[in-house]
Design a protein around this ligand. Structure first.
Ligand SMILES: Cc1cc2nc3c(=O)[nH]c(=O)nc-3n(C[C@H](O)[C@H](O)[C@H](O)COP(=O)(O)OP(=O)(O)OC[C@H]3O[C@@H](n4cnc5c(N)ncnc54)[C@H](O)[C@@H]3O)c2cc1C
Length: 201
């Protein structure tokens, strides 16, 4: 998303991602496509295809699986998936016609980021052939996750702290789900309480 905005404003952009194309295509996660996401897509994505569904019922189950609370949110939430949004944004970047350079490279592991006299240098390794490269720029955005190597490079004192909870993400193939379950889950978010936490679908 940062790359789309910068590219739209005419900047050259170079994205380095350690995962392979195949790994990225297998990312499975539901994502809320709230008002900010919708505003971003309306502004930056040309002719967006359908990318979200409406959730108009929220059901909370108790530890025994019985319905505890059920309600309709005042405004239906819009939900999408990581892959749907990722493909749409990749296509937007690929369709850049402004003349500036937009590079999206996968299987590239960033090993070091540093700055000197206002210029940032990013060193990275091509995971396919182990070749080492570097690229320079005016700005680096380190969106490399919770254990960000870019952050450690630039702010060595920052140490991630355990927030006190753990999240798991799971996925079930749609063809393995019964019609009855599909019907129950359609346009609905279910929060199932457990002893020390909850699961969301
Ligand atoms: C189970 C679970 C469910 C979640 N559900 C939601 C949700 O419903 N809605 C929501 O808004 N958020 C959700 N989140 C949170 C959301 O996933 C994170 O806040 C968000 O992904 C953080 O984005 P990011 O770009 O900083 O890092 P990430 O999404 O972790 O992306 C980091 C990327 O950087 C790459 N990378 C890492 N190191 C390097 C390196 N050295 N060189 C090159 N590339 C590198 C990684 O391969 C990865 O692709 C959920 C998180 C979890 C774990």
């Amino acid at each position: 998303m940062h790359a789309i905005v910068l590219s739209e404003f005419g900047h050259d952009v170079h994205i380095l991602e350690q995962k392979t194309e195949a790994q990225l295509d297998r990312e499975a996660a539901g994502l809320s496509a709230g008002p900010d996401m919708q505003a971003f897509i309306n502004r930056f994505v040309k002719d967006p295809k359908a990318y979200s569904i409406a959730i108009d019922t929220i059901t909370v189950l108790d530890e025994e699986g019985r319905t505890d609370v059920q309600f309709k949110p005042p405004t239906p939430g819009r939900y999408s998936t990581w892959t749907t949004l990722y493909r749409m944004f990749r296509e937007t970047l690929a369709n850049n016609v402004r003349g500036n350079t937009v590079l999206y490279e996968t299987s590239m592991f960033v090993s070091k980021t540093y700055h000197n006299n206002g210029v940032f240098t990013v060193k990275y390794r091509d995971c396919q052939n182990e070749a080492i490269h570097e690229v320079q720029g005016d700005m680096v955005i380190g969106t490399d996750g919770g254990r960000s190597g870019a952050r450690t490079s630039l702010v060595p004192d920052s140490i991630p702290q355990y927030a006190g909870y753990v999240l798991w993400r799971g996925v079930v193939r749609e063809n393995l789900v019964s019609d009855e379950t599909k019907e129950f889950l359609a346009n609905r978010m279910v929060m199932a309480r457990t002893k020390d936490g909850y699961s969301l679908s």
